[in-house]
Design a protein around this ligand. Structure first.
Ligand SMILES: Cc1ncc(COP(=O)(O)O)c(C=O)c1O
Length: 384
């Protein structure tokens, strides 16, 4: 039996301000290619401290355009993580390039820096490094990748494209994710830190890349002497004006949203400890401020095989829960195409079986958190 009042995994942080701004755009009937998109881009660039920002209609479009702008094509190799949302790898595959998956670090669920370094060394020895055009790390659930990745990319002369879909607002030593890589992509999907419904953006400090992105977002059309001309085949990946209006108000509240999320994360951690529930949390690297997107933890190994039973138990008691994200090499498509099997990415195998995400959003009350932890405790007592 499913309880009617399901505590959902996300809830949206918007109120009258957002509604009025969106309504205003709708009333003025200027729905696309107007001033709101430019204002949103300006505000995002200022917030992150980057030179250029291009907003698009999703985080996936952002990643796809970012790879295109770097000239990625058939047979190029792109190194990425084995544990992420499928879009991270799909954009590589759609350009007929080859994703080279790297296992993750159990501490932060992000690409393992040690395996990455070893892989780069091996490829160098085999004279295969020239095939690798981009490293595409993911700052999973807002937790930053070890910044050593940027040093490695400089050492080996490879671009870094950061998939920071869920990491808008994360900083390392007071510098925002967005400033470190050659290009960084964010998503504004409702499960992310701020939302425009669907939406995303790419930020960069390179004018050359920015100019390409602007063309690619808009069919490849650009202005010359006040006339439009076609410079390369592009897409319509534009964001609407009313989405940008929503984004502008959301962005003005981002610091308060992040602070509430950090508080809720800490409450959860304390409640788990208080109840002697020995789960494993994602770790933030030293000096970081994490814009936490999702509360995902690992059950102890002794509970292997019980995670989905817990998800069902929570659901039956009115609480939505989900797995972490995707073990991409083991999905139907990638395992068939590249012959991946269990054991090729052992840490991802483990995390994939033990990870669980529970309700996490800036409006989650302490009482609800206590209720959720008490349910988990009840399950623990039945199965541990
Ligand atoms: C890590 C990661 N990359 C890319 C995306 C794609 O973003 P969008 O849903 O805005 O297309 C997501 C969205 O869930 C994501 O979590």
């Amino acid at each position: 039996m499913i309880k009617k009042t399901l505590e959902k995994i996300v809830d949206l942080e918007y109120n009258q301000d957002e509604l009025e701004e969106v309504l205003d755009v709708l009333i003025k009937k200027n729905l696309t290619q107007g001033e709101k998109v430019r204002e949103f881009e300006d505000l995002l660039s200022k917030y992150l401290g980057v030179k250029y920002c291009v907003v698009v209609n999703s985080g996936t479009s952002a990643l796809y355009l970012a790879l295109l702008s770097l000239g990625i094509e058939e047979n190029d190799w792109v190194i990425t993580t084995s544990y992420s949302f499928v879009a991270t790898a799909n954009v590589i595959e759609l350009l007929k390039a080859r994703p080279i998956f790297i296992d993750i670090d159990i501490r932060d669920f992000n690409i393992s820096i040690d395996i990455l370094e070893k892989t780069l060394k091996d490829l160098d020895k085999k004279n295969l490094l020239k095939k690798v055009k981009v490293i595409l790390p993911v700052h999973l659930f807002g937790f930053p990748v070890n910044p050593y990745v940027y040093e490695l990319s400089r050492r080996y002369g490879i671009w870094v494209l950061d998939d920071a879909a869920g990491a808008l607002g994360t900083k390392i030593n007071d510098i925002f994710i967005g400033k470190f890589a050659d290009l960084t992509c964010f998503s504004f999907h409702p499960r992310k830190i701020i939302t425009t419904g669907e939406g995303g953006c790419i930020v960069t400090d390179s004018y050359e890349i920015y100019s390409k992105l602007i063309l690619l977002r808009n069919h490849g059309l650009g202005l010359v002497d006040n006339n439009l001309d076609l410079f390369l085949p592009g897409f319509n990946f534009r964001l609407t004006e009313f989405q940008a209006a929503l984004g502008i108000i959301q962005l003005k509240k981002i610091e308060s949203i992040i602070n509430k999320r950090i508080q809720i994360f800490e409450n959860y951690v304390n409640l788990f400890k208080l109840n002697d529930l020995d789960v494993v949390f994602q770790e933030a690297i030293d000096g970081s401020r994490v814009a936490i997107q999702n509360f995902c933890f690992l059950l102890p190994k002794i509970m292997l095989g019980k995670r989905d039973t817990l998800i069902n138990f929570l659901y039956e008691n009115g609480v939505e829960a989900k797995v972490g994200t995707y073990h991409i090499p083991l999905t139907n498509y990638y395992s068939r195409k590249y012959n991946y099997k269990k054991g090729d990415f052992p840490i991802t195998d483990l995390v994939n079986e033990l990870a669980i995400s529970i309700p996490f959003h800036s409006k989650l009350s302490y009482e609800k958190q206590v209720f959720i932890i008490n349910l988990i405790k009840k399950f623990w007592e039945l199965y541990y």
